[in-house]
Structures are given as C-alpha cells and as structure tokens.
Design a protein around this ligand. Structure first.
Ligand code: PLP
Length: 629
C-alpha cells in the first residue's frame, strides 16, 4: 500500500488543538502575512556598506572566500616551485607566495595588531588609511576597521572553491534577471538557468524527490504530537511511527544539544550498518569511534585540523573535489597531487603515487595523509579492489593517514561488474596483520548524496580505525567545541543506515522511490557520456558512479590564446560562454585540477529533461569549436 498520496483529512483534524497549531504554522495563508518584503538573501549577501566595493570585492564578501581564477597547475601550487596565482588572479612569483604563507604563519605579529594597538593607545596619532575598506566613515575618526583583507587570517585569501565561484555567481544573476522578467529577461537567449554545477539533488529545477519515509519520520520527530494523534495511523505507515517513537525516546526534543559525537543509538546503528556492509562481526565496529558530523565536509575539516601541522602535505587526487584544497589552504598545508589516469576510467597509477611521494620528499614536505574519493567526484570512477589494496599498502609503508571520502558509495551504476568496496573492508582483508592493525583510516559518509540527497540537512558520519585512543580523545574534544551536529542531520543518518526492509509497511514505496532515483541517474549519465563522445572535439569517460560527468574538450589553440589574453584558463572561458549562450551552469575542470594542457568541464547527471539539456550543450560546443577553429 502506498502512503505517498495520503493527505490530512482536513475536517477530522481541524478540531484537534495540536493539528490547529500545526495548520496555523504551516498553511500558506498563515505564512503569507510574514513573508518578508525584502529578500533575506539580499540582506545577507548585499549589505549596503558593500555598495562602494568593486564587483570583485563584493564577491569576496558574499562568499567569505576568494572566487579567483583556479591555479594554472596544481603541481605548481603544492610545492611553490612555479608561478602561482595571487589573489588578483594574476601570476605571482613563488617568492611572493612564500611571503603570503609566512604572513599567515605569523599572523599574531601582523602589522594589524601593532597598528590597532597604537591606535587605541594613542588615538590622536592614528590616521585613516587610504584604503576605503579600512578607514572609518568619518575622515576625522581614529577608528580603523579591525577586519580588512590585509588584516584577516591570510590563509583565508588562499582558499578557492570553484564549485560556487565566478560561474555560479553569474548564473545566479541570470536567474534573478529571468525572475524579474521584462526586457532584460527577454533579451537572454534562454528561458531558464540549468544548475548543472552542483550536486544538490533536491535543488529547485533538479527536483529529486525526497524519500517519503524520511520526511514522515522527520515530521513526527520534529512535532511529536503527530504520532500521538488518534488519526496518526491513517496518515503515517506503522514503521514510520515506530521509528519516530524510537528516535523520540532516544533524542527527546530535536531542539536540544545531543552528545558531541552524536546520538549513541544512531552511532550504534552506523556500526551495525558498517559491519553488514563489509561482512565483518558487529563487535569489531566500535560506536565510540564513530562521530556523526554536519555532513562529510565538517568531518573532513575536523580531521584535517587535528591531524595536520602547518606546512605538512596531503596527497590528493587530481581531479579532486575542491573541499580538500580549500581545507588545506585554510590550514596552511600543502596539497600533494596525484593524477588519476583518464584513459583508464580515471584509475590509479602506482607510478604516479610514487612520484608524488618522491617529489614531496625532495621538497622536504611530510606527506601526512592521503585522500581518496571513491566513487570519484568529478570523475565518476570507481576504484578496483586491487588499486585500493595498493593505496592501503602505500599508507602502511609510509606511515600515512588514509582519508576515504565515500559519500557516493550508494551511487553505483553497475554493482555486478564495478561494485563499491569500502576502504575499511579492503584494509580488514589485507593479508598482513601488521597492515590490518596499523593503517590509520578515517572514512566519511553523508546523507547528502546517494538516493536521499538531503544535503541541506547536514548529516554524515566518520569512522576512525586504528587511531590511537588519546588522539580519538583530542578529536572528541575538538568536536565538543561545536557542541553537536544538527539533530535532523543525525536523524537523517539513522534513516540512511537503517532504511525500511522488505515486509515493512514503507518498504514498497521506499523501494519504488529510491529505484527511480538510482535508475534516473544511471540512465542520464549513460546517455550524456554517449552523446558527448559522439561530438567532435569532446571525449568523456563513462561514469561508474557518483553524479557527474567530466568530459574533456580538445581546446582549439585560438581559444587558448583568447582565454590567455583575458587572464582566464580556457575551460573557464568555455564554461562562461556555455552559460551565456544556453543558461547551463557547469564547472570548469581547472577548478578541480587537471593534467597540464587538458581542459574539462564538470556537469551533473541530475538535470531532468536531459535530451534538451544535452542538445543545447552539443549546439554550443559545435559553435564554439567553429568560432575558434
Ligand atoms: C567527494 C565529496 N565529498 C564531500 C562532499 C560534501 O558532502 P557533505 O554535503 O556531506 O558535506 C561532497 C559534496 O559534493 C563531495 O562531492
């Protein structure tokens, strides 16, 4: 029986005080009176004080980070042995870069503290600086802004995050123009913006359906009167009510802090999930080594900030998800890139890994950790069991912490031929007991991807394996500073690791909904790669998992030259022109890192109306190639 179409029987419910309260707070007429007259996003993103800033600085303010051009070469970025991009997006010498780094390392001794101390000790001697951002509104005031680009943590200026960078900002502007209507909208060559740049499955326009079971349980956890209502069993399936009751018993109010590692009963369920997934005994997975997190991103940031000392290196795949370079920049640590092999479905090369380690050694950089993203973002590649064993062995041989980003473990297109193996499983199956007990592994999972796509709820977990107990204590201490992960995110983890089972009242609908999501992704992905491969000047490795495609563009020399003139990587220019012509927002490959001389874009396989979407890319691509032939 399907519960999807059930709705509240209005007449029956209207007399209940609790239902009246619910209706008061949720019905559309009730909400309309409190609809803000000014858009909240405008208030946050466009403070009036920013109006005097250049568009570039406004962007910096809006995003709290620099939306600069990506580095021309990741290898150059790591070791500082080749020109880097400074924060104006122009090339800077490695010496300048070193200066920036050393500024960040000695930030307590920055002129800022000296200047502001002087100012407060002797106000009459303080003069407003020429910089508008650091001077007071009144020219006679001795006040100086505490925060300017020169005085904030300089490591922040090194952070880049292409997924939400220049292209996404321009796409937002187009959306606003279209929403506003009028002649500006009419003059655009498209009628909608397609957000193919970000793996945000439930975003408006992508519209992956939330799983009904999730929403039912979360609704009852948030508003427990619902499950006690006499009509509850007509509205909700029995297993959803039972789950909400169990969670409510463990959690109490969803507005309360929980344990800093997350709700114990949810961590116990995660332990059971891991044991069943990997075929190991339940007792071998310790819930005390499982931390619930506000999405995988916050787990990654927590681990990196505990694990790394300034200047140390982390091996990261290229292309990579920019969370890693951004986190490392913020910690003044160094990415040590290892290129994936595109022609081998973005697989690993032992030779490349060895070279990366050797380069780090020569540069006197300690390779402290190694990140693997499996299935890969942006590549869509799934690692083979043998490749994973090689990684584990390398980590053992070189005393390297293994960080396994496994957020796409449930987005697998061919479970028979290219299944997902967790690094935990591979580690536990290594022949050498010293390796099994030695390699330190942190793996990350999330409610953001898979079939749930509940990324706005911020839920995930990380499991620590073979980490010294006193280090686990330090990680716990640091997690405690943030008090606890969001409670609905934690409920999401419960639902992720313990979905309805065959025979449960919700199973049929759950299966229908999740299978449709899986199939949709798989079909769109296959269709897109096939069509991309048929295009002259474009090639695309078919994805084996995740939610993206990363086609390579044979960039015409004229396009490269034109982009160079404009101070942009050629794939950024390609993606900008694609956006201008079609409204499709992709991310340029340079934002993820790519082998020198190659150019890519990343598009998601989440967009409905895929035929139309691909057709637009095809037409644009042909025109682009002809324009720069
Ligand atoms: C590889 C990878 N890791 C981590 C994340 C972040 O996930 P979360 O939303 O759980 O923080 C993403 C998001 O796209 C991702 O692609």
């Amino acid at each position: 029986m399907s519960f999807k179409t059930r709705s509240f029987p209005q007449a029956a419910l209207s007399s209940s005080p609790s239902m009246l309260a619910l209706r008061r707070t949720t019905s559309t007429p009730g909400l309309s009176h409190c609809r803000p007259t000014t858009s909240l996003s405008r208030i946050i993103l466009q403070p009036s004080s920013s109006s005097s800033l250049t568009p570039h600085r406004q962007r910096q303010r809006q995003f709290g980070m620099l939306a600069t051009l990506p580095p021309p070469s990741t290898a150059a970025t790591i070791l500082g042995d080749r020109p880097l991009f400074n924060r104006q997006g122009s090339s800077s010498s490695s010496l300048q870069q070193t200066q920036v780094r050393s500024m960040s390392s000695t930030r307590s001794k920055m002129p800022d503290s000296a200047a502001s101390n002087t100012a407060s000790a002797n106000p009459s001697s303080a003069k407003p600086t020429s910089s508008s951002s650091s001077s007071s509104s009144s020219s006679s005031s001795p006040h100086k802004k505490a925060l300017t680009l020169e005085t904030i943590n300089q490591a922040v200026l090194q952070v880049e995050y292409a997924v939400r960078g220049e292209l996404a900002i321009k796409a937002d502007k187009y959306t606003q123009t279209l929403d506003a209507g009028g002649s500006a909208a009419d003059n655009l060559p498209f009628t909608k913006v397609v957000t193919a740049n970000i793996g945000n499955p439930q975003q408006r326009g992508l519209d992956q359906q939330p799983i009904t079971f999730w929403r039912q349980v979360i609704a009852m956890c948030e508003y427990p009167d619902l499950m006690g209502h006499p009509l509850a069993d007509k509205i909700f399936p029995a297993d959803a009510i039972a789950r909400a009751r169990a969670l409510n018993k463990d959690i109490g109010s969803t507005g309360a802090y929980t344990h800093s590692k997350g709700i114990l009963s949810v961590r116990q369920k995660v332990a059971r999930f891991i044991a069943e997934r990997d075929g190991v005994a339940r007792e071998t997975v310790d819930p005390e080594h499982i931390f619930l997190t506000a999405g995988a991103s916050s787990g990654v940031a927590q681990i990196m900030s505990v694990a790394l000392q300034e200047g140390q290196g982390v091996m990261i795949p290229i292309p990579q998800y920019p969370l890693y370079t951004a986190t490392l920049a913020n910690l003044s640590c160094k990415p040590l890139p290892y290129n994936l092999t595109e022609e081998n479905r973005w697989g690993l090369s032992s030779k490349v890994l060895a070279t990366t380690l050797e380069d780090a050694r020569k540069a006197n950089v300690r390779a402290k950790a190694l990140v693997v993203i499996n299935p890969g973002n942006p590549t869509g590649g799934c690692l083979s069991y043998d490749d994973m064993k090689k990684i584990v062995q390398l980590c053992y041989d070189n005393s390297i912490l293994l960080c396994a980003d496994e957020v796409y473990q449930n987005n697998i297109y061919d479970r028979q031929n290219k299944p997902f193996y967790s690094f935990r499983k591979v580690l536990m199956e290594m022949e050498d007991e010293n390796v099994r007990n030695g390699v330190e592994l942190v793996s990350f999972h999330s409610i953001s991807k898979g079939v749930s796509g509940e990324c706005g709820r911020r839920g995930g977990y990380m499991e620590l394996v073979n980490i010294e107990e006193d280090v686990v204590d330090q990680i716990y201490k640091m997690a405690s500073i943030n008090l606890c992960p969001p409670v609905t995110g934690q409920i999401g983890v419960d639902l992720l690791v313990d979905p309805p089972k065959p025979g449960d009242a919700s199973y049929e609908l759950w299966n229908e909904e999740t299978s449709a999501t899986q199939q949709g992704l798989k079909d769109r992905s296959a269709y897109m790669s096939e069509r991309f491969n048929a295009l002259p000047g474009m090639s695309c490795q078919p994805a084996e998992g995740a939610m993206y495609l990363f086609p390579q563009i044979e960039m015409p020399e004229k396009a490269v030259a034109k982009a160079k003139e404009a101070g942009k990587p050629a794939d950024v220019m390609y993606a900008l022109e694609l956006l201008d012509a079609t409204g499709i927002c992709a991310v340029a490959g340079s934002g993820f890192g790519q082998e020198d001389g190659t150019y890519h874009i990343r598009v998601t396989a989440l967009c409905p109306g895929v035929e139309d979407y691909v057709k637009k890319i095809e037409t644009f691509h042909k025109d682009f190639m002809a324009k720069y032939a």
